[in-house]
Structures are given as structure tokens and as C-alpha cells.
Design a protein around this ligand. Structure first.
Ligand code: KG4
Ligand code: ZN
Length: 339
């Protein structure tokens, strides 16, 4: 570590997790996430409850992040925060906090695009190989499904994205139909590993180009379960592993089809994925297999840097700091922003 590293405090509050992280240059000193369990009983994130919980969590989360990092606030070089996209009420808590703290400490403020952060999480220094430009970035989570061509740190082009539900939403909504608690994606993944992926064939949506659509799949699965449960009320229980394996197989094929098209279209064979769904065993295996079969190079971040977290906001903050790309205090939160 150089003598005078840049210390950045980063704040993430775009959805239901309150995150705070401290970085010394591109190294993570702490990465704290306060989860909001309140949403579990509602089967999805309730925006009003999320913003209220951020208000409760933000101060202690930042405090713990600074203590864990062993850094005093007077040592901070800048404060980075998520500007958007995300839930307005949630974003506002993080941005207001970051602005006030930056003003109080008289240090620069850095606004960060949440999707840049999911991609640039691959540049957190963990002593591991990092992707080189250009590469294909794939963000798959409860809130996003995008394929991007990443030309440099801040030059990214969206090649395709979902036209309705995100892939994590498809997992969670389907999981709800199966009676799993929210978020049910990891449970579908767990049962899928014991089942037959070809037991129940589902039709894949036909969507132009590199875009996705998942809402039709969810409806198809709903009708299928209703029909089968009429003749056998215990159908779901009796076939849970095969149902999960079939759903997972379909979703993984949809993702892999489009990633394959992106590779063919661009000629780029480096793939870097991000977002909570990148923890999925099916997508990990399918991608890793391409390293042997198709000679792709696949980058999958550590789980703590791939779900919503502040360390990824901090790494973008670091690269923006190097460019002198600061925000002034009139910067506003944006639920939707172009990449
Ligand atoms: O990135 P993330 O923590 O938050 C955002 O949505 O931005 O992603 C959470 C999503 C949820 O939809 C969850 O069900 C899904 O990631 N997920 C999974 C797995 N682990 C998390 N989906 C499928 N298989 C998994 N193993
Ligand atoms: Zn996210």
C-alpha cells in the first residue's frame, strides 16, 4: 500500500440493503451490509418500509464500517454514494447522508451509477486476475438483467436488457408459487441440484436480439402448477426437485442463449457477471463449461461483492476520484438513469 492511500467511504442504499464500505485505493478495508428482514413476510421489497429501515440503519452501518476499517472520519478523502437506479425513497436516504457528511468534512462527493458498480466490482483488488477491456458484462439480480459491452471504466454500452421482470424476480415470483419464502431464488437453486432438468419442459420466450422477457415464463409455470395440482393436490410437494430443476434449466438456457449471441455479435469472449443471481449453481456451471468448450474466459466475483454492497460503489468512487470526477451537493437521486 502506498504511503498516502485514497480513503473512500462508500454508501449503497438503492433497494433494501444498507451498505457502507471503506476502501484504501482499490482495496477493501471493510464492507458492511445491514439486511432488511421485514420484507420477507410480504414476499417482496416494500419501498416505504425499505426507506424507513435505511433511516434506522445508515448511521450504525457507517459507524461499523469505519471502525472495522480502523479509519477515523477525518482521514477520509471522499464519500461515494449510489445515485441510481433504484427506489427513490431508499436512494434519498443514502444521498442525503453522503451529502451531509461530505459537507461536514469538507471533502469531495462522488455520485455512482449502481450498474457501473456491479460491473466494476471485478476491479476490486483481491490479488486475482481482472478482466481486460473490452469485455461482456452481464448483470443478473432481483432488479436487473442486462448484457453490456464494457469498453473502459466508464464507457459501457447496453446490448440487451429485460423488457419486463428481472431474472431474480422470475426466480422469486416462481418460488412464491412453490410456497418458498422470499427471496426464493436460492431455494429453487438448492432443490434444482437434486432434480431432473428435463422432467417438465417449459417454452422459452421468443425475444428479439439480446433482450429478455421473463414474465411469460412465470405465467406459464403458474398455469402448469395449477393444472397439475388439480389432478394431484400434492403435485408440488411430490415433484419439488424436478420442478425446480426444470425451471432452473429453462432460465439458464435463456441466459446462456443471449450471452452466446452477445459473444457472436461482438467477437468478445471475456464474460464478467454480477448481481445476486450470479451465485446460482446452474449459471456458474454453464459459464464455467464454456471456458473448456468455447474457450471463453469467465469472471465471477466473490458473493459479497456481487449482491448489492457498498464495496462496489467504493471501487467506482476510487476510479472517479482518480479522474477528479466529483459531484456537487445539488446532485439528485435518480430512480432511472441511462448507463
Ligand atoms: O443483487 P441482489 O442481492 O439484489 C438485487 O436484486 O439487486 O440479488 C438478489 C436476487 C434475488 O432475486 C435472489 O433470489 C437472487 O438474487 N439469488 C439467486 C441465488 N442467490 C440469490 N437466484 C437464483 N439462484 C441463487 N443461488
Ligand atoms: Zn444491484
Amino acid at each position: 500500500m502506498p504511503d498516502n492511500p485514497i480513503y473512500i467511504l462508500a454508501i449503497e442504499s438503492s433497494c433494501d440493503d444498507t451498505g457502507a464500505s471503506v476502501l484504501a485505493n482499490d482495496k477493501i478495508l471493510s464492507n458492511v451490509v445491514a439486511k432488511q428482514e421485514i420484507h420477507e413476510e410480504y414476499g417482496g421489497v416494500i419501498p416505504e418500509l425499505a426507506s424507513r429501515a435505511h433511516q434506522v440503519n445508515i448511521v450504525p452501518t457507517v459507524d461499523i464500517a469505519l471502525k472495522k476499517a480502523g479509519i477515523n472520519k477525518s482521514q477520509l478523502s471522499a464519500i461515494a454514494f449510489t445515485q441510481g437506479p433504484g427506489l427513490m425513497g431508499s436512494l434519498l436516504v443514502g444521498s442525503s447522508f453522503a451529502k451531509s457528511m461530505a459537507l461536514g468534512l469538507n471533502i469531495p462527493l462522488i455520485s455512482v451509477h449502481h450498474m457501473h458498480a456491479h460491473i466494476l466490482a471485478h476491479f476490486i483488488d483481491k490479488g486475482q486476475e481482472k478482466p481486460t477491456f473490452p469485455f461482456i458484462g452481464v448483470t443478473i439480480s432481483g432488479g436487473h438483467t442486462q448484457i453490456l459491452q464494457v469498453n473502459s471504466f466508464f464507457d459501457m454500452e447496453v446490448l440487451g436488457e429485460t423488457t419486463d421482470d428481472a431474472v431474480g424476480e422470475a426466480y422469486d415470483k416462481t418460488a412464491k408459487l412453490l410456497g418458498f419464502p422470499y427471496p426464493g431464488g436460492p431455494l429453487i437453486d438448492k432443490y434444482a441440484q437434486q432434480g431432473n432438468p428435463k422432467a417438465f419442459p417449459f417454452t422459452k420466450p421468443k425475444v428479439e436480439g439480446l433482450n429478455f422477457s421473463f414474465s411469460g415464463l412465470k405465467t406459464q409455470i403458474m398455469y402448469f402448477l395449477q393444472k397439475e395440482s388439480k389432478s394431484n393436490p400434492a403435485f408440488i410437494k411430490d415433484n419439488i426437485a424436478d420442478i425446480c430443476a426444470s425451471i432452473q434449466h429453462t432460465i439458464v438456457e435463456i441466459l446462456m442463449d443471449k450471452i452466446g449471441k452477445a459473444v457472436n455479435q461482438t467477437g468478445i469472449k471475456q464474460i464478467a457477471i454480477g448481481g445476486g443471481v450470479s451465485a446460482n449453481s446452474g449459471i456458474r456451471k454453464a459459464l464455467k463449461d464454456t471456458e473448456i468448450i468455447k474457450k471463453w474466459k469467465v469472471y465471477i466475483p466473490k458473493f459479497e461483492y456481487t449482491t448489492d454492497n457498498a464495496a462496489m460503489i467504493g471501487i467506482v468512487g476510487y476510479y472517479k476520484f482518480l479522474e477528479g470526477n466529483f459531484a456537487d451537493t445539488t446532485v439528485v437521486s435518480k430512480p432511472r438513469i441511462e448507463i
